[in-house]
Ligand binder design. Structure first.
Ligand code: ADP
Ligand code: MG
Length: 686
């Protein structure tokens, strides 16, 4: 639980505060003093009566009542100290810097558990242990620097790693970013990232609160809670970007050794973020760049004007935006003509608008005004303006400032001369603006923000033709493991997933009889082995009774063969839909084109169940091979809506039958608006 004493303490004690500011207890005390903490401040130090000018008690028992305690003492002393404070001193907030808990040993885990019990018993908040602490506009309860500029409209940052939080600030501060709060949750013993998000969500006030949240996470313990609150915050107008580290196998080893964190499957994390509407970043610099984009007016379309006095960066930015699928569209001919009349000869007004190294502040003013007022095909303006060192650029930066204040379209200031124009950038940021230093990093981040979907619904209604009762009946009577072909077919039918007709036979006579019913050409498959082609167990294009007999004999000789499955031949583009249960996350549904598209190109999109028709459509449209479905190279276009419906139905089937641990429909054959499953396997675990 998060108490008001943690957020806004009227008094703070630093237990283990010292005069040595190279030690956490000394540095935290110094930070509180330097940041002019307004409440009462105390220290507990057995060897001193005064520390850094603050009254020190030799024993916690001697303290007066105190709201918040910061513990910078060895792990083994923490639980007892907490107990005295919680029981005798009315303390309702604890920040424990100390390491040596669950991240280190069994004994440490026991100590940590006791601290949580004490905090819970006394309705107190516990941040940490093994963290750098908390900073907000009320106090700086950390033992690290930098302390960023605090501002109610600045960033809220929650970090699973203290050192990373510090370095994210290092990336953010040069961009002019400010912070509203920083939460380093350490081992997340009582309060983890999810709980902080829950608090922010439940107490959200659109007038008062910051709308920009950054997360650095190494483990998502409660994905459903995480999803609920991030999605809710985003719906309330917040914008969230996150780094989830530990995604590669080597990365997750590093994460395990770091905070005892275990990386969840990376695909599940991406799916979770997309469902929530979180921009997923790969590193600090990208995270800070996205945060600076979040602080600008919200982008309403994908067309950007690139305004620059330096050709190269303008071209690089144009490339970054276009390669990411955004537009740098030409400016209207007559507007171009008018612009050129106001610019030096040799300028270009096509877009990028390049007004040359000698371009002036007045010219920039005219360009920005034109883009804002007259260019209907422009949604945002990126201005790249530095200095080659010949003159100062205060006047140009003041022009950018003026337009940011009054324009409706977002303006992104890219200021590359971080040393040569350092003073001007400082001057510009002092107005409360942010700036970017690298046009390509900026362009890539803008693409990411633009492409991140809005939160998708968690509440997908069941189509009427899904037979829930039948699904439950099949699952409850089936055994664990791979389901029989009959059960698979019945499940697909109950879920309304279209498939080819099929028959399973175990004698040659039956095979011939059923083959003649279906007609030719036919497909024959061995029943039993999981990967049928690998054991020579699939025969396509069977043409006659004779062939049926021969293939039947051969297929039945394959080890583990239990029977033979007959299907009519289907044709079309191969599609794939699969699902996998991810502990705590639910089911991730994967889909794509079949064959080499999944196996070689790994062109797969994923989503977290339940998936609505719209979300499924977004998945399909994000496939690299989507053009193949739209009728590339003379093929018949595939009905994407029908495909989306099937993806959504697979996700709903998994919701209705959570016992499904894996399922694979590979392939579905799509011929125009006819899409049929020809091979499916489903494994359940009750
Ligand atoms: P497995 O995946 O176990 O090897 P499949 O049943 O998927 O076996 O068959 C292998 C391949 O044969 C499929 O990927 C598909 O290309 C083709 N195939 C299977 N069934 C049919 C069918 N009914 N009509 C047309 N092609 C089929
Ligand atoms: Mg297959």
């Amino acid at each position: 639980m998060i108490t008001k004493e943690l957020i806004n303490p009227q008094s703070i004690v630093v237990v283990g505060g010292s005069n040595d500011i190279r030690k956490p207890g000394g540095k935290a005390l110094k930070n509180l003093i330097d940041q002019e903490y307004k409440g009462k401040l105390y220290v507990v130090n057995p060897k001193a009566d005064e520390v850094q000018g603050i009254k020190s008690y030799r024993d916690v028992n001697l303290l007066p009542q105190v709201d918040l305690a910061i513990l910078a003492i060895p792990a083994q002393f923490c639980p007892d100290t907490m107990e005295i404070l919680a029981k005798e001193k009315g303390t309702k907030g604890f920040i424990v810097f100390s390491a040596g808990f669950s991240e280190e040993s069994e004994e440490g885990a026991r100590l940590e558990k006791r601290m949580v019990e004490i905090a819970n018993q006394y309705n107190a908040s516990l941040i940490g242990p093994n963290c750098i602490g908390v900073i907000n506009t009320n106090y700086a309860g950390v033992f690290t620097t930098p302390i960023p500029k605090l501002d109610p409209k600045g960033i809220d940052m929650i970090s699973g790693s203290g050192a990373t939080a510090v370095f994210i600030m290092e990336s953010a501060l040069p961009k002019g970013l400010t912070f509203n709060s920083i939460w380093s949750v350490g081992n997340s013993a009582q309060i983890g990232v999810e709980e902080v998000l829950e608090y922010m969500d439940e107490n959200f006030d659109p007038e008062r609160d910051s709308k920009v949240k950054l997360l650095y996470i190494e483990k998502i313990e409660k994905p459903q809670k995480f999803l609920k609150h991030t999605q809710s915050l985003i719906r309330k107008g917040c914008r969230i970007a996150a780094v989830k580290a530990g995604s590669s196998e080597a990365g997750s080893r590093a994460a395990s050794s770091h905070t005892g964190a275990l990386a969840s499957s990376d695909e599940a994390v991406s799916a979770l973020f997309r469902k929530a509407g979180i921009v997923r970043c790969q590193g600090r610099e990208e995270l800070a760049t996205v945060a600076a984009i979040f602080q600008q007016k919200e982008l309403q379309g994908d067309s950007v004007a690139v305004v620059t006095h330096a050709g190269g960066p303008g071209v690089m930015l144009t490339d970054a935006l276009s390669n990411g699928g955004m537009k740098v569209p030409p400016i209207d001919q007559h507007i171009q003509k008018d612009l050129l009349e106001h610019l030096f000869p040799g300028s270009s007004a096509a877009n990028p608008i390049d007004f040359l190294a000698t371009g002036t502040a007045e010219q920039l003013d005219y360009i920005l005004q034109t883009c804002e007022e007259r260019c209907d095909n422009i949604d945002a303006i990126a201005v790249i303006f530095g200095t080659p060192g010949l003159f100062r650029v205060f006047d140009a930066y003041d022009v950018i400032h003026k337009h940011i204040e009054k324009n409706k379209k977002p303006i992104y200031p890219i200021m590359p001369s971080t040393s040569e124009a350092a003073e001007e950038i400082k001057h510009f940021q002092a107005y409360g603006h942010q700036s970017f230093h690298d046009e390509v990093l900026f362009g890539q981040a803008l693409v990411k923000v633009w492409k991140t979907p809005k939160p998708s619904t968690l509440d997908v209604p069941l189509p009427e033709d899904i037979n829930t009762e039948k699904i439950r009946q099949i699952i409850s009577t089936a055994d664990n493991g791979y389901l029989s072909p009959e059960n698979v077919s019945n499940l697909l039918d109950a879920a309304g997933i279209p498939r080819v007709p099929e028959a399973v036979v175990d004698t040659q006579d039956q095979a011939v009889a059923r083959a003649n019913e279906f007609g030719y050409p036919l497909v024959m498959k061995v029943v039993g082995p999981v990967h049928k082609s690998d054991v020579g167990g699939v025969v396509l294009g069977v043409q006659s009774e004779e062939e049926v007999k021969d293939h039947f004999k051969r297929l039945m000789q394959i080890p583990d063969a239990k029977g033979v499955l007959l299907q009519p031949m289907a044709k079309g583009v191969e599609l794939f839909v699969g699902a996998k249960q991810e502990p705590k996350f639910g089911h991730i549904v994967l889909s794509g084109l079949g064959g080499i598209f999944i196996e070689v190109l790994k062109d797969v999109q994923s989503g977290l169940a339940p998936i609505s028709q719209d979300e499924a459509m977004q998945m399909i449209n994000s496939l690299k091979g989507v053009k193949m479905l739209e009728g590339a190279r003379g093929t018949k276009p595939v009905d994407k809506t029908r495909f989306a419906d099937i993806i959504s139905r697979v996700s709903l089937l998994c919701q209705l039958a959570p016992e499904i641990v894996e399922m694979d429909i590979n392939p579905l054959l799509a011929d125009g608006d006819k899409i049929l499953a020809v091979d499916a396997r489903i494994r359940i675990e009750k």
